[in-house]
Design a binder for this molecule. Structure first.
Ligand SMILES: [Mg+2]
Length: 238
C-alpha cells in the first residue's frame, strides 16, 4: 500500500454539475426565446446561442446572483454514487472549482456551492476555489474545460477528459459517464498502491446520509425509539 491516499481532483461545472443546462435557461429567459432553440451541443464560447461580446459576464452574473444557479443546478447523473464508491475505496476526493473568476458575488458563489454539494450528497475532503492556477497536487484530475486540461497536462498531470461537445478535439483518457470515470480512477489508484474495494452487494451509495439523517442521533442510540427506516419497518411489520 502507498503511504498516502490517492488524490482525485474533481472539477464541478461540466463534470459534476450540469452547467450548460442551468445556464441555458438563464440565457433563454434573458433573450426571450424558447429554451430549446439554444442547442446543448455548444462550443466553449457559446457562439451557437448567439451570445455577443460582454453577454457572458452579464448573464453569468444574473445566473449566479439572481437565479442562484450554483445552488440549484442539476447534478450530472451518477456523480454522487461514483464519488462515494471511490471514497469508500480509499480515494481522497478533492473538489476543485474555478467559480471565482469574476470580482463579485464570492459569498453567494461559495455558500451556494457548499449547499449544492450537501444537497446532492457529494463526498469530499477538500474544497478548492481557484483562480487561474489549475494545479492542486492531485494524483489524477477530471475536468471538461479544454484550457484547464491542457494546462494541467503541460505540467505533467494525468487528466481524464469528461466528455463534452466543446472538448471533443482533445486526446484521452476520456470518460462519457461517471461509471467510466470510476473505472479509470480505480485502475490508476490500484497502480498507485492499492485500493480497498467494497464487498459485493454492499453499496450504501449517496443515500446513506439521508438514512442517517432521517433518525435523530438520540433516537438511534435508544433501542426502543421509533424506527424511521422504511426497510427496517418492513422487517418489523413482516
Ligand atoms: Mg468545468
Amino acid at each position: 500500500m502507498a503511504d498516502r491516499a490517492f488524490i482525485l481532483g474533481v472539477d464541478l461545472d461540466g463534470v459534476c454539475a450540469d452547467h450548460t443546462l442551468a445556464f441555458r435557461q438563464v440565457v433563454a429567459d434573458d433573450y426571450g426565446v424558447d429554451v430549446n432553440s439554444l442547442p446543448l451541443e455548444r462550443s466553449w464560447g457559446f457562439s451557437e446561442w448567439g451570445m455577443r461580446e460582454g453577454d457572458f459576464e452579464r448573464l453569468h452574473r444574473i445566473a449566479v446572483m439572481e437565479r442562484r444557479m450554483f445552488r440549484d443546478m442539476p447534478v450530472v447523473p451518477g456523480a454522487a454514487e461514483a464519488l462515494w464508491r471511490l471514497s469508500d475505496a480509499g480515494i481522497w476526493i478533492r473538489i476543485i472549482t474555478h467559480r471565482l473568476y469574476v470580482n463579485w458575488g464570492h459569498e453567494i458563489a461559495i455558500s451556494d456551492t457548499a449547499r449544492w454539494l450537501d444537497t446532492h450528497r457529494l463526498p469530499y475532503r477538500d474544497l478548492c476555489f481557484l483562480g487561474a492556477k489549475p494545479e492542486v497536487e492531485a494524483d489524477m484530475y477530471i475536468d471538461d474545460a479544454p484550457h484547464n486540461i491542457e494546462a494541467l497536462r503541460e505540467l505533467g498531470n494525468d487528466v481524464i477528459v469528461f466528455d463534452q461537445p466543446y472538448n471533443a478535439g482533445l486526446p484521452g483518457p476520456r470518460a462519457t459517464s461517471w461509471a467510466e470515470v470510476e473505472e479509470i480512477v480505480i485502475a490508476a489508484a490500484a497502480t498507485h498502491g492499492g485500493v480497498q474495494t467494497s464487498l459485493p452487494g454492499i453499496d450504501a451509495g449517496a443515500h446513506r446520509l439521508d438514512a442517517r439523517r432521517s433518525t435523530p442521533v438520540e433516537e438511534r442510540q435508544r433501542p426502543s425509539a421509533t424506527v424511521h427506516d422504511p426497510a427496517q419497518r418492513l422487517l418489523e411489520d413482516g
